[in-house]
Write a protein that binds this ligand. Structure first.
Ligand code: MTE
Length: 316
């Protein structure tokens, strides 16, 4: 079994995390005060892979403080409150971690997490993150291009979709015990293969230059920045390539409220609230920090063509 430090070394791709080169606050402030072009330069100065790293960011997209990103969470396996995950996710053990790969692919079976991720270099991607509940953040993720992860398993021509499932372990995930929620575990999500292969789609293994905390989905979770946050399934133990569109958890729970595509769309309201604007965290009563929501969460130039000819009000 690998110890934690070995794992982070393996995932980081080098021995020195960005956070050690530049103190975190300085790195956030630099981005905040110098604006976007300086942001790219500082990324380069940190030796980070920059391709696509800053796509979609607006000049006023300050990085959200780490303390908020790691303590205001949705992870119903630990409870439905925003602070339940940070309080209880330490009860989860993530080492060893095994991933089952199945369905329409040549290489299927049980794989050790380390074996899947080795050889793929993590890239820092600073993305806007928009929850369907109308709050948002800007997060520096360390992610593996999802395409590189999936291609290893050689999906066949019949693989039109890919489905991901979260761990079910009620002993360590207290939200899965008893009657806390009506979710039929495991939490399931899916993407069309062309969405999964898009260069912006990543499997996240770290944030702020550190290992991914349990409450954010350790040891790895999906991030697809143009979609609502519920697509970004956490603590993944199953990858299945399918011919048919998988049924995702929130769509199963409330099909008239949540769809399969879940592309961020200010023009399609949730039945119970508008999606036209969002509350950028941190926000308060006196500084609500509200801003307009952008189509595809600001990534329209990169991804709108994936949905050419589709009625986005129907396929929400
Ligand atoms: N994945 C699992 N397994 N369980 C969950 O409850 N919540 C989703 C998504 N992934 C969720 C999940 C929702 S609704 C959101 S907004 C994001 O995780 C929140 O990610 P964060 O806590 O890292 O901000």
């Amino acid at each position: 079994m690998l110890i934690k430090t070995n794992r982070s070394k393996l995932l980081r791709g080098d021995d020195i995390p960005g956070s050690e080169i530049t103190p975190e606050q300085a790195y956030i402030n630099r981005r905040k005060f110098l604006g976007r072009s300086a942001t790219i330069a500082s990324g380069a100065a940190l030796g980070l892979t920059s391709a696509g790293a800053y796509a979609g960011l607006q000049p006023d997209d300050d990085i959200t403080p780490e303390s908020i990103v790691t303590s205001y969470n949705n992870f119903y396996e630990f409870g439905t409150g925003k602070s339940d995950p940070v309080q209880y996710a330490h009860e989860l053990t993530t080492d060893p971690w095994t991933v089952k790969v199945s369905g329409e692919a040549k290489k299927t079976g049980e794989f050790a997490f380390e074996d899947i991720v080795k050889g793929i270099t993590p890239e820092e991607r600073i993305y806007r993150f928009r929850c369907v509940e109308a709050w948002s953040m800007v997060v520096p993720w360390d992610g593996l291009p999802l395409k590189a992860v999936l291609e290893q398993f050689e999906p066949t021509g019949d693989a039109k979709y890919v489905e991901f499932k979260t761990l079910v372990r009620p002993d360590e995930m207290r939200g899965q015990r008893g009657f806390f929620s009506n979710i039929d575990w495991p939490y399931v999500e899916g993407l069309r293969m062309d969405e999964a292969y898009h260069p912006l789609s990543i499997m996240v293994v770290g944030i702020y230059g550190k290992d991914l905390p349990n409450q954010n989905g350790a040891p790895w979770r999906l991030i697809v920045p143009w979609k609502y946050g519920f697509k970004s399934v956490k603590s993944i133990v199953s990858i299945r390539f399918t011919k048919r569109q998988p049924r995702n958890t929130w769509q199963l729970l409330a099909p008239h409220e949540y769809g399969f595509f879940a592309n961020v769309n200010p023009e399609v309201a949730h039945p119970r609230w508008s999606q036209a604007s969002e509350r950028r965290l941190p926000s308060s009563l006196f500084n609500p920090n509200r801003r307009p929501t952008l189509p595809f969460n600001g990534y329209a130039d990169e991804v709108a063509s994936l949905y050419d000819g589709m009625d986005l009000a129907r396929y929400y």
